[in-house]
Write a protein that binds this ligand. Sequence first.
Ligand code: PLP
Length: 345
Amino acid sequence: MYPCIDIKLDGILHNISLLKNKCKENNIDFCLVTKMLVGYKKLVEYIIDNADIRIICDSRIKNFSAFSEIDVEKWLIRSPMISEVEDVIRYSDVSFNTELDVIEKLNVEAKKQNKIHRIILVYESGDLRDGCYINELSDIISECLMMENIQIYGIATNLSCVNDTLPDKDNMADFDDTIKKLENHFNRKFKVVSGGASSSIPMLYKNELPESINNLRMGEAVYLGNIPVIDEPFENAKTDNFILKAEIIELKSKPSVPGVKLEETSLIRKRAIVALGKQDVYLPGLKCVDESCTVVGGSSDHIVVDVSDSETQYKVGDIIEFNMSYNCVLNAMNSKFVFKKSFIK
Ligand SMILES: Cc1ncc(COP(=O)(O)O)c(C=O)c1O
């Protein structure tokens, strides 16, 4: 059935194995970010079992509710909404937090459910997404130490999410310094110091991450082998783990620009329309596997591919294959119109 995504689980396991080994060399725990798998329990279970994963991270509590029977530590890595604290306590073991108001609600709910909820506080390292500066962190920690059902598990930071800020020696030294100051001030060691995501790979491979960092959370590099921002694969990564396949529903020669009659121009191109649209994929992130074909446009339900220069003689009913950027895969995985194919049923 088309459109579909062919998911190569072997390639994903291969990437995890390389990254886990590199983390191990640096005494770093590896966490698998599962948001790409949008709640598909069988896929997550398969990866956890075959890659020996201890911690999974997701940004959506709804995904965790689908994984409640999977025996693994679950970290919610987007600050909870107050309106979802009940589910956060029920379905996650740990949540990332930046707002005292939310933590207070978590504490109340954890008490109701007779649980101790662990939190990781997020430090703002300069990417300007979620995170607190050191004084606020210090204030929040002081408050949390008095909460009966909240346990401070550690400190995390995020980079390369909103502003393409890469981890570097300066921002990592600043994070390390913050950890040390907080540990000295509170006379305690944080169990988890989570220093970043796939964009930390260049520093990880050069053994340049500060020693205080004992955890990384990775998504994009696992699934697509790609280092975000730099937009290059890491060493020996498998990059074609998600191939999108769509069926041609129209194939015609038309002018290369709109508003021109066929008989008025010699600039005629062969254009294939595939049954897939902007409601399924992020168009700029779509690239034909056949490099002589180009995505030239699209609407909510149609994508137009220029196939004029291809050696393949495409016809209606044929399949065009696409590589996708991370955001594009996320959209396609979330589309109920796109079938997901892996060898697990
Ligand atoms: C807090 C947090 N940690 C880790 C990740 C994983 O990032 P990446 O896919 O670049 O490894 C994300 C994004 O998905 C995130 O928001």
